[in-house]
Ligand binder design. Structure first.
Ligand code: NOJ
Length: 498
């Protein structure tokens, strides 16, 4: 019996190994962000962030009334995280810098020694293990001091952000070669100005569009700074990463509306950077101008770019990065119906997001699993913006449980990776990196610690915040080590069944 088992496993392994291997040079990583894992919210001279303020003043906004005050305690336990990363065999680790930890006033007049040392030590430890540090400059924890001055709606933030970027490039540019300026602008702006997440202000379709414009300009200025002063020295690469869901029409009649939803959520952020012409997607510009006129506005709520701004933003990238989790269906909202999901633009467009029953999971926050969505999305991005190198900077599955045996998550990764490989091999999409969200269970924003994304379970009741590898971590480690998406998967599933 044992012998037979070994033969079956051997055959399966050899069959799979030949066929489902990612190309040489393809890189695998995993990701976290500062507020979600670090804790230590008020140590040393760290300033207050908008998330510190939000969770402390509006506890009811977080489903379990928790905070990121301690989170995974990675400010103190980062060496354990580095060990987990080594065990995962990943090529890189994507993490973010907390702006108020590095610049306690929010401005570049004072750099925190402790903050600078913390990230410097982490970078050095990763490099020692042969793991590339990939840094996000802004993953949602804006200094409260800047929010008090209008945050992303104040045009001056483009300068404050560039000053912050300069401090970081000066400190770490010699050792860090891959940079993401901003994580998911559509969430920062659209969701950030619904009141649902920090800064907890409601200004949909006005504050959100000011934010959209300024965030793109802030990114572009930081990009141009790197391009002019640091790239010649260090040859690094810079972009930002966008949240991109995939959308399919509920019926044929919803096809046109679905295209508009893609323009609204995907191209609003990509067209200014990646298209040949630059600027807002024309269809979006027309739509918001028309809506604004009908509402009696003296000018469009979507602020225009000047030609200089168009030129600044257009081409401000070395790769195109995206975060993808799920697919939604689209139909027109009926009388009195209000579409509420991640992106509030559904409301602006009069759209109802929906589900296809076969894709449903039991998790409210991420209701659909549809691996084909990532391939379709990658095809769309290629069709819109050409043969740009694509980095998938987040992909993952949430659940409500804390099981170590997270077979559905391992299967999710296997099936999404399969579609990514098909996009590369069959559709010729230039995908270069794939990143799992997340290394650890962590503070999932307004869902607190109720939703889990981790390759590693974190015990949030223990002062040690004990980390334990899940089955999905074993699967992903095998993929990262072999670049083969099937071998370990078959091995584990067959081995369990026999
Ligand atoms: C997007 C965000 O970048 C990250 O912070 C969040 O935890 C994951 N998606 C999962 O929702």
């Amino acid at each position: 019996m044992a012998c037979m088992k070994a033969v079956i496993i051997g055959v399966l392994l050899s069959m799979a190994t030949a066929e489902r291997r990612f190309p040489d040079g393809f890189k695998f990583g995993t990701a976290t962000s500062s507020y979600q894992i670090e804790g230590a919210w008020n140590v040393s001279d760290k300033g207050e962030s908008i998330w510190d303020r939000f969770v402390h003043t509006r506890p009811e906004a977080v489903s379990d009334r928790s905070t990121g005050d301690v989170a995974c305690d990675s400010y103190n336990r980062w060496r354990e995280d580095v060990q987990l990363l080594e065990d995962l065999h990943v090529d890189y680790y994507r993490f973010s810098i907390s702006w108020p930890r590095l610049l306690p006033t929010g401005f570049a007049n004072r750099v925190s020694e402790d903050g600078a040392r913390y990230y410097g030590d982490l970078i050095d430890a990763l490099l020692e293990k042969g793991i590339e540090p990939v840094i996000t400059l802004y993953h949602w924890d804006l200094p409260q001091t800047l929010q008090d001055l209008g945050g992303w709606t104040n045009p001056l933030i483009t300068e404050w952000f560039t000053d912050y970027a300069r401090v970081i490039f000066d400190l770490y540019g010699d050792r860090v070669k891959t940079w993401l300026t901003i994580n998911e602008p559509v969430v920062v702006c659209d969701v950030g100005y619904t009141g649902y997440i920090a800064p907890g202000l409601e200004s949909e379709g006005r504050g959100s569009y000011l934010c959209t414009k300024h965030i793109l300009l802030a990114h572009a200025k930081a990009y141009r700074l790197y391009e002019a002063e640091y790239k010649p020295l260090y040859q690094g690469q810079v972009s930002l990463t966008n949240q991109m869901m995939w959308f399919v029409p509920e019926t044929e009649e919803d096809a046109e509306l679905t295209e508009l939803v893609k323009i609204y959520t995907i191209d609003r952020y990509c067209h200014p950077m990646f298209s040949a012409a630059g600027g807002w997607p024309p269809a979006l510009e027309r739509l918001i101008a028309q809506q604004s006129a009908e509402e009696g506005e003296p000018r469009s709520r979507l602020p225009p770019f000047t030609q200089d701004e168009i030129d600044l933003v257009r081409g401000s990238y070395d790769f195109l990065a995206l975060n993808h989790y799920t697919t939604r269906t689209v139909r027109r909202a009926g009388e009195g119906e209000v579409g509420t999901f991640l992106v509030d633009g559904f409301r602006e467009l009069g759209v109802m997001p929906g589900n296809i029953p076969e894709w449903l999971t039991s998790t409210p926050h991420q209701p659909e699993v549809h691996p084909g969505g990532i391939r379709a999305l990658l095809g769309y991005v290629k069709q819109q913006y050409g043969d740009v190198p694509i980095f998938i900077m987040e992909n993952g599955l949430t659940d409500l449980g804390t099981a170590i045996d997270d077979q559905p998550r391992a299967t999710y990764f296997r099936n999404y990776l399969d579609q990514v490989l098909l996009a590369i091999e069959e559709d010729g999409v230039n995908v270069r990196r794939y990143t799992v969200w997340s290394l650890l269970d962590n503070f999932e924003w307004v869902h607190g610690y109720q939703l889990h994304f981790g390759l590693h379970r974190v015990n949030f009741s223990s002062p040690q915040r004990t980390r334990t590898a899940r089955r999905s971590a074993r699967y992903y480690a095998a993929v990262a080590r072999t670049k083969d998406l099937d071998a370990q998967y078959h091995f584990e599933n067959i081995a369990d069944e026999l």
